[in-house]
Write a protein that binds this ligand. Structure first.
Ligand code: SAH
Length: 502
């Protein structure tokens, strides 16, 4: 049985520019082959069991030739796999997707093409350049810049190209920019025709240089402007002065490390990205079901006796109900218990399960909560606290002082996930990070353990942002003094503080 191949365009860099269909192909693939220009964030959507193969060029590593890649796709498909071949931009725009499809057809392997957003149009768009514009440009032309126009056997005819008044877009042309511009001038284009070059468009590293056919090559050389970059020749490039928008976003070009769990990172990452920054995810904690079975089962068995259940985190809620279900207890047993949720996100998690939360403290620190609960909790009340194994004891101790009977159950555990210390170190060495965010004390202490004390000096020029005073204290104790502390101890509060800082 043959498999099936999807040749998928993954878009120009911003991973959110993939199509719904492309994303589906990533999710269903048994094997994924991807190129250098693919945003690795897309691979997060792959199945855990998917085989993921990098076929791009990398320094000191075997790089695959086009023939080898095509063969590999074929081979994987013939074994019956669903294969998703991820290509930058659109697979048929200078992507050699046609060659891969031809080999599949020859071997009777089924395939589908999923077009993508090509860099040729989207990179200008992110820089505020419309490739066509009424009265300015009524066509655009996408041209390979890979060939040196001065070569005898060049397949490009610059004499004809130079007659085009529309927007000329050269891909892969940085190396040949001088000859490209000179050839256009030679065959009649004005030497002051405006040109823009944009590298790593749609990403946090987007950069643009502007000039004219006469001046741009020198500018590119002076700043050593590197690939991947596109060259846009035409009057529309002037519109960037008024229409540029992406580089105006408040967190544009900032790379911010997110240390939360893989599953919890998305909210913070999304907010950073919506504001134009790049969220670099490096989880320093992982949350798993607790093995404290005895206590949990005992509490569940007499769940009706509690006057209060105090949830201190979203995870507490999730694991508590997961456990109830697993143990075969109906949530209607909770009808008499008052529910307290610490923090708006915890309350929201309960509400999404159909509960109306009885009490949300105004402040989220244990010390302040106790003050607020005084008068609400009566002596003799039974209180259940489903929390993490590492939670601070202060809440239960203080509740006990109010005369309550407190059952603290460790409903989940936090551990350090599998990690690669080298990868973390390299993020700092390559200057790939501007700021680190910590959303709990355990993210701080685990980060410290993973990085290693002797590497702390790498954080010298890196900003540190924390969610609240307790996390701040943990960071200080470990020699990482925070630059930014959220006023409201939530993810939104943290993002607001970061925005204010920048
Ligand atoms: N199939 C791709 C193009 C592959 S050729 C597409 O449709 O976009 C590779 C060339 O694309 C690079 O040399 C560069 O010219 C251009 N390119 C791709 N991504 C880019 C980006 N984010 N910013 C600028 N140029 C990019």
């Amino acid at each position: 049985m043959g498999g099936k191949v999807y040749l998928v365009g993954a878009g120009p860099g911003d991973y959110r520019l993939i199509t719904l269909k492309g994303l589906k192909c990533i999710k269903r693939a048994d094997v994924i082959l991807y190129d250098r220009l693919i945003n690795p964030k897309l691979l997060k959507y792959a199945k855990d069991t998917a085989e993921i193969i990098y076929v791009g060029k990398a320094p000191n590593a075997h790089s695959y030739s086009q023939e080898e890649i095509s063969q590999l796709i074929l081979e994987k498909a013939l074994k019956g796999n669903v294969v998703t071949r991820l290509k930058g931009g659109d697979p048929f725009v200078f992507g050699r997707g046609g060659e891969e499809a031809l080999l599949l057809r020859e071997n009777d392997v089924k395939f589908e093409i999923v077009p993508g957003i090509t860099s040729a149009i989207s990179v200008p768009a992110y820089a505020g350049i419309p490739v066509t514009h009424r009265n300015i440009s009524s066509s655009f032309h996408i041209i390979t810049g890979h060939e040196d126009p001065l070569k005898e056997d060049s397949s490009l005819n610059f004499e004809s190209l130079a007659k085009l008044r529309g927007t000329l877009i050269f891909l892969m042309g940085i190396k040949n920019i001088k000859n490209i511009c000179n050839s256009l001038i030679k065959y009649g284009q004005e030497s002051n025709r405006p040109v823009a070059v944009i590298r790593r468009g749609t990403t946090a590293e987007q950069e643009m240089l502007k000039g004219t056919l006469e001046t741009i090559a020198k500018k590119v050389e002076e700043v050593n402007f590197k690939n991947p970059a596109i060259i846009i020749v035409g009057e529309v490039t002037s519109l960037a002065d008024t229409l540029s928008w992406f580089d105006k976003k408040p967190l544009f070009s900032r790379r911010i490390l997110v240390t939360r769990t893989r599953t919890q990172a998305s909210k913070l990452s999304e907010r950073i990205e919506d504001l134009g920054g790049e969220a670099v995810e490096f989880p320093t904690i992982k949350i798993i079901e607790s093995d404290d079975h005895g206590n949990i089962d005992e509490a569940m068995a007499q769940i009706e006796k509690y006057q209060w259940i105090i949830f201190t985190s979203v995870n507490g809620v999730k694991f508590f109900f997961h456990r109830m279900k697993k143990a075969g207890f109906d949530i209607r047993l909770l009808k008499d218990a008052k529910l307290c949720a610490i923090g708006p996100a915890t309350a929201k998690e309960l509400e999404s399960r159909g509960f109306i939360v009885d009490y949300i403290p105004r402040e989220y620190r244990a010390e302040a909560i106790i003050e607020e609960l005084r008068g609400k909790v009566r002596p003799g009340d039974n209180i259940l606290l489903p929390r993490a194994d590492i939670a601070r004891r202060i809440l239960e101790d203080e509740l006990a002082k109010l005369g309550a009977n407190v059952d603290n159950i460790h409903i989940y555990k936090t551990i350090i996930p599998d990690y690669e210390r080298e990868k973390l170190i390299n993020l700092f060495k390559d200057r790939k990070i501007d700021m680190i965010t910590f959303t709990s004390s355990s993210t701080v202490s685990n980060f410290y353990k993973i990085l290693g004390e002797k590497n702390l000096h790498l954080l010298k020029d890196i900003r540190i942002a924390v969610i609240g005073p307790i996390t701040a204290q943990t960071a200080k104790d470990l020699g990482m003094v925070p630059d930014i502390e959220a006023k409201e101890y939530t993810i939104d509060g943290l993002v607001d503080a970061i925005l204010e800082y920048y």
